[in-house]
Design a protein around this ligand. Structure first.
Ligand code: 6PG
Length: 471
């Protein structure tokens, strides 16, 4: 028993995480349900082979690790995690730590915590972002669980995490489900970012009639400025690639039907439960759902015509507006995502460190960007009601919102769908309106249901003079 840590599940994320852990000097015991995969992984590990202990059973895995044992579970979120936990409970002993590193629903993580409580075993719910490359060379790691458990695995987790100017992108964020919750919101923001990028691509492709490679160059240029981020960088690279089979631009050969595994949807559900508007994420999830209705969309095009009018304005002016509009949309999306986390922190008593979250997203994860550095600074001055109210972002939104407004308006007139960008604008405009229109909603509610309303000039509940027919 001389391995420092164990890992169950050698899929893409698990095997890369295991190699990363071994590379940082740790001996790691690994297990996969299909034993042949475990041995293949070991064979293919090159110079890291000596630090990897292939195990054919969970019992062998437990025996290979020096107690107290940390065991990472990297299997498909859901029932498979419960199965592994049940099995591990039989072979692990007091003080051992199970670490679920998959994209678990934080409510499952909280339940698992409850179930393990009192068993002597410890559980960590850990969000890991960065895809295959991140897992192998440095992901962003969001930990939830007992702080004492974190202290015991901090060394290995900070060693394998991405570094931003030397600072590890790994942190303990709070008890039980906090880590998986933050990872879920990370993904929700990822959905919004990706949807807004896709909407801008749509304007460039259908409104300006640009070819994929030209569009790729635009994104590559934007990646040098305020939009500098991993998602913009890979968008440029995707748009520049050709399909090896047909020689055509790869992106043109891909069916316009987006998949999703659930984290975006969970973000929206939890935002609704918490009563926090997350309209850009909602729009992004809905856009993926709508995209999957390919046959219906094709039929609707035959009825309504899919025509798009040319996008008005000179190209340079439109490109400058698009860059700023995307930036403004991004501000709204992050304002919403962080507002959801702030409210969850209150509701679940987590005390989530928002500046730390922004900091550990600056490298390693899918939404890493220059923007997150600015955001981390904006939050470091103490609690704020909304990102939109921090001085740095006030200034940026004042500069960028007119471009967002022009782009949304022109897209609407041209017939180009921009659901996430327009929800960002709707959110911003509603947020900055000191007197909105809910006075009318209150009057209607009182009319049909005698729900009562507050007056602007006196306190307490009041009713209106609605007369006959009213409730
Ligand atoms: C990451 C990613 C990753 C996630 C998908 C998103 O942070 O590395 O968010 O964890 O699995 O990329 O999932 P879907 O788009 O498939 O829902």
């Amino acid at each position: 028993a001389d391995a420092e840590i164990g890992l169950i599940g050698l899929g893409v994320m698990g095997s890369n995480l295991a190699l990363n852990i071994a590379e940082k000097g740790n001996r790691i015991a690994v297990f996969n349900r299909t034993a042949s995969k475990t041995h293949e992984f070991h064979q293919d590990a090159g110079p890291l082979r000596d630090r990897i202990v292939p195990c054919d059973t969970i019992e062998a895995l437990a025996a290979a690790i020096r107690p107290p044992r940390p065991v990472i579970i990297m299997v498909q979120a859901g029932a498979a995690v419960d199965e592994q936990i049940a099995h591990l409970r039989g072979v692990l002993s007091a003080n051992d730590i199970m670490i679920d590193a998959g994209n678990a629903n934080f409510r499952d993580t909280m339940r698992r915590f409850g179930e393990l409580e009192g068993s002597g075993l410890t559980f960590i719910g850990m969000g890991v972002s960065g895809g295959e490359e991140g897992a192998r060379h440095g992901p962003s790691i969001m930990v939830g669980g007992a702080e004492a458990s974190w202290k015991r695995v901090e060394k290995v987790l900070t060693a394998i995490a991405a570094k931003y100017e030397g600072e590890p992108c790994a942190a303990w964020l709070g008890p039980d489900g906090a880590g998986h919750f933050v990872k879920t919101i990370h993904n929700g923001i990822e959905y919004a970012d990706m949807q807004m990028i896709a909407e801008i691509y749509g304007i460039l492709r259908d409104g300006l009639g640009m070819a994929p490679k030209e569009i790729g160059q635009v994104f590559a240029r934007w990646n040098e400025g305020r939009l500098d981020s991993y998602l913009i960088e890979i968008t440029a690279r995707v748009l520049e690639a050709d399909d090896p089979e047909t020689g055509k631009p790869m992106v043109d050969m891909i069916l316009d039907r987006a998949g999703q595994k659930g984290t975006g949807k969970w973000s929206v559900i939890e935002a609704q439960q918490l009563g926090v508007p997350a309209t850009t994420i909602e729009a992004a999830v809905a856009a993926r759902v709508l995209s999957s209705l390919k046959d219906e969309r094709v039929a609707a095009q035959a009825v309504y015509g899919g025509g798009v009018a040319p996008f008005p304005g000179g190209r340079d002016e439109v490109l400058a507006d698009l860059e700023l509009a995307l930036f403004a949309g991004k501000v709204a999306a992050y304002a919403q995502g962080f507002a959801v986390m702030a409210e969850a922190s209150r509701a679940f008593g987590w005390n989530l460190p928002l500046p730390t979250i922004a900091k550990i997203w600056r490298a390693g994860c899918i939404i890493r960007s220059q923007f997150l550095g600015t955001l981390a600074k904006a939050f470091s001055g103490g609690p704020v009601a909304n990102l939109l109210m921090t001085p740095a972002f006030v200034q940026m939104m004042q500069e960028a919102n007119p471009a967002l407004r022009r782009i949304v308006a022109r897209s609407a007139e041209a017939g180009l769908p921009v659901p996430a960008l327009s929800s960002a604008l709707g959110y911003f405009d509603s947020y900055r309106l000191g007197r909105g229109t809910s006075n009318l909603i209150q009057a209607q509610r009182d009319f049909f249901g005698a729900h009562g309303f507050e007056r602007i000039d006196s306190s307490g509940a009041h009713h209106g003079p609605w007369g006959s027919g009213a409730a």
